[in-house]
Write a protein that binds this ligand. Structure first.
Ligand SMILES: [Zn+2]
Length: 62
C-alpha cells in the first residue's frame, strides 16, 4: 500500500487551559495514539511523516 502523508493535527483544548495534540490518519481520520507510527492502528494505512511539521492544526473543544 502506498504511504499517505500525515497533514492534520487535532488539538483538544480542555476547559482548564491545557491541550493535547494528536496527529490524524489521512485515510480514516482517526487520531493516532502515537507520533511516528508506521501504520494506522485502525485502517492499516501506511503513514508518511515527512510533512508532519507542516501539518494543519485543527482546534477541537470538548
Ligand atoms: Zn486510519
Amino acid at each position: 500500500m502506498k504511504a499517505k502523508p500525515v497533514v492534520e493535527i487535532m488539538s483538544f483544548r480542555s476547559a482548564f487551559g491545557g491541550y493535547s495534540d494528536f496527529y490524524v490518519c489521512p485515510a480514516c481520520h482517526v487520531t493516532l495514539e502515537r507520533e511516528f507510527m508506521a501504520y494506522c492502528d485502525r485502517c492499516g494505512q501506511r503513514l508518511d511523516w515527512r510533512k508532519y511539521k507542516d501539518a494543519k492544526v485543527i482546534p477541537v473543544r470538548r
